[in-house]
Design a binder for this molecule. Structure first.
Ligand code: MLT
Length: 244
């Protein structure tokens, strides 16, 4: 197995695909996706375009759909939900399809959507991601961070590091053997330094600060927890993620 970390969709190669690609948007899209599916949501379907999202969602019955829209950290006016994972309780999402568009997370998913296997990772479901990699041993794995509008983000890189750190221990393989690019080593170094204070790291992250300005303190706390949900969102058809 060879692992590659790409910090943003823009840095991700476009001329080839891996056997397994993992989209990461810890704050907050992939945390929300894991939460939706763990709470009994039927699926999450992602869109970059809000008009397209509205059009497709309206072909579903009203009681089986929820529109989730976020721009700049805030809820899109007229949508049912913003991108807070804390809103995705079983009472709200059970049996429903969530039609979702976020600033960066959905773009990360779209840039890897043609990979053989597409899954999403966050700190809260890190163990489920690692379990999949240990069981299936894909030859090439890309971990693609969402970043923020083309820039690096601390929270996605620390999550990549958390996945790789745990995987290396589980399969007893050295980082040198696993690493396909230098970003792998730096992601693990970041995780090693912050593993006992992931919430503290979120407070240094530019999007963490943006969410704090929007009074999303509880979201940051929730998103910085590790291994609390045993759920693995996996793409079943282009743009549609279900529990694997
Ligand atoms: C994104 O896709 O940029 C994020 O998930 C933003 C957020 O809702 O925090």
């Amino acid at each position: 197995m060879k692992l590659f970390v790409y910090h943003t969709p823009e840095l991700t190669p476009t001329d080839t695909v891996p056997e397994c690609a993992i989209a990461v948007d810890v704050l907050r899209a992939t945390t929300t996706m894991a939460t939706v599916l763990a709470s009994g949501g039927e699926a999450v379907q992602v869109f970059s375009d809000l008009d397209k999202l509205i059009q497709v969602s309206e072909s579903w019955s009203r009681e089986k759909r929820l529109k989730v829209g976020e721009r700049g950290g805030a809820k899109v006016p007229g949508f049912d939900l913003g991108n807070s994972p804390l809103s995705c309780t079983p009472e709200i999402v059970q049996g429903k399809r969530l039609f979702m568009s976020t600033t960066n997370g959905t773009r990360a998913l779209q840039c890897i959507q043609n990979s053989k296997v597409v899954i999403t990772g966050a700190l809260i479901n890190r163990a489920a991601v690692v379990k999949y990699l240990v069981q299936h041993k894909p030859e090439t794995v890309w971990i693609v961070g969402s970043g923020w509008e083309g820039s690096y983000s601390l929270e996605d890189t620390v999550c990549a590091g958390a996945i790789i750190h745990s995987l290396a221990q589980e399969i007893q393989m050295s980082l040198d053997k696993l690493a396909g690019n230098d970003e792998v080593i730096s992601a693990v170094a970041l995780y090693s330094q912050w593993q006992n204070d992931l919430l503290g790291l979120m407070h240094h992250a530019s999007h963490g600060k943006r969410l704090l300005r929007l009074e999303c303190h509880e979201d940051l706390k929730y998103c910085s927890q590790t291994d609390i949900l045993d759920v693995l969102p996996m793409q079943q058809e282009i743009g549609v993620l279900k529990k694997s």
